[in-house]
Ligand binder design. Structure first.
Ligand code: SF4
Ligand code: SF4
Length: 178
């Protein structure tokens, strides 16, 4: 008993000598490094709603739903582990990992990202081709390419109608601009 008390006193003296060894968080904000990977943030100007982030998310918290000519991209960040897979998969660099890590809330709407995009439908059969933003992005990339094609004629066709058109009128041309 006496031995035990001595050892506890010794331990208390060591602690007193060491001073404060823990951070005052949450009473004061915790400062994180700039490279800290926190809550993802979506840049809706860059996003084209392609769904690559949804495929890459291990928590399956990113969904795409089509309704009334609109495709909705939705992040339910309650299950987010800040892994950064969505950012790495995005071809548009539309997702950044912020330094924000305090996401506890009583209102689930606080940790939701929601964006909506117009759909592009097939001019022949009306099937969904993708979003209009996707078509615009591809069109712009092709216009900046040294390879000139008539591929733009196919942009508003779904994959099935595109194949049919290519069989009946094999008019896809390629020309490298010097
Ligand atoms: S991968 Fe990028 S461009 Fe595609 S839906 Fe996700 S955020 Fe948008
Ligand atoms: S950071 Fe990871 S878990 Fe969170 S939304 Fe992106 S892919 Fe999903």
């Amino acid at each position: 008993m006496f031995k035990h008390t001595i050892s506890e006193l010794k331990e208390a003296l060591v602690c007193l000598k060491a001073g404060q060894v823990t951070l005052p968080y949450p009473f004061e904000p915790s400062i994180v490094e700039d490279t800290f990977r926190g809550r993802p943030v979506l840049n809706t100007r860059k996003c084209m709603c392609c769904g690559a982030c949804a495929n890459a998310c291990p928590a399956r918290l990113i969904t795409l739903t089509d309704s009334d000519g609109i495709r909705a991209l939705h992040f339910e960040l309650g299950r987010c582990t800040y892994c950064g897979n969505c950012r790495d998969a995005c071809p548009q660099e539309a997702i950044e990992m912020s330094t924000q890590f305090e996401t506890a809330t009583a209102n689930p709407d606080d940790i939701v990202i929601h964006a909506e995009f117009y759909l592009q439908t097939c001019r022949e059969c009306g099937a969904v081709v993708g979003t209009q933003r996707e078509v615009d992005v591809v069109r712009e990339k092709l216009s900046n390419s040294p390879v000139r094609t008539n591929y733009a004629d196919y942009f508003d066709l779904c994959i099935t109608c595109r194949r049919k058109q290519a069989i009946h009128t094999p008019s896809l041309t390629l020309e490298v601009v010097p």
